[in-house]
Design a protein around this ligand. Structure first.
Ligand SMILES: C[S@@+](CC[C@H](N)C(=O)[O-])C[C@H]1O[C@@H](n2cnc3c(N)ncnc32)[C@H](O)[C@@H]1O
Length: 197
């Protein structure tokens, strides 16, 4: 799929404000999956300013995105962006901490879970939201390579090292899971594509 930047103003805002958003290669890959598998219901953990959610919804008018964000400033900016592009019908922002909110507000038949929030918590998001997915759903996790920073780099902070170790543990947990198959893809910042065996 040829990449068409439908939201250049949002991308510019993200660059100016240092807001982390999905990398172009990963976005192209995920949009292709959404199109080919005719994915209709997406649950995203980590909205930021709704850049990825808007792109996912742009694949088809039938795509619905529920997206969770806990940072009030991000929620405000994301809401503005949805209003500007008139996509409030397709995208719903849930303004909560994804590890604490009630699950009652959500659908229970998602075709795709996209995990793109606090990187040290990806496994907790995976386990918490698994019951809301269809049996043949995909789980996609971003930033599995975390900017290619090595856990052995002596110059990194203790916090970053701990986070990298947690990503590594999540990687190993996925790779050895008895019930799931995961393909690790070196695109963008590293994607894990997971499905039930
Ligand atoms: C990498 S950004 C999301 C980028 C967005 N998916 C995109 O590509 O345009 C991660 C976001 O997750 C949010 N986040 C982190 N932990 C969270 C949690 N426990 N619950 C809800 N949001 C969380 C952060 O506030 C941040 O805005």
């Amino acid at each position: 799929m040829e990449f068409l930047e439908l939201y250049p103003k949002i991308k510019e805002y993200a660059l100016e404000h240092g807001t982390p958003i999905i990398m172009e290669d990963s976005l192209v890959y995920i949009k292709k999956i959404i199109e080919e598998r005719k994915i209709k219901k997406i649950l995203e953990i980590g909205t930021a300013i709704a850049y990825s959610a808007l792109h996912f919804a742009s694949v088809s008018e039938d795509v619905l995105v529920d997206t969770i964000e806990r940072n009030p400033e991000m929620i405000m900016q994301a809401t503005k962006n949805l209003e500007e592009y008139d996509l409030k019908k397709q995208i719903k922002i849930h303004p909560f901490d994804a590890l604490e909110c009630s699950l009652d507000d959500f659908d229970s038949e998602y075709d795709l879970l996209f995990i793109d929030a606090a990187k040290a918590q990806s496994q907790r998001f995976f386990e918490r939201y698994l019951p809301l997915l269809k049996p043949n759903a995909l789980i996609i996790t971003d930033n599995m390579n975390f900017h290619n920073v090595s856990v052995d780099d002596e110059n990194i902070s203790k916090n970053l090292r701990n986070m990298l170790k947690k990503i590594q543990r999540y990687h190993d947990w996925l790779a050895n899971h008895p019930d799931f198959t995961t393909e690790f893809i070196d695109l963008g910042d590293g994607l894990a594509i997971t499905w039930r065996k």
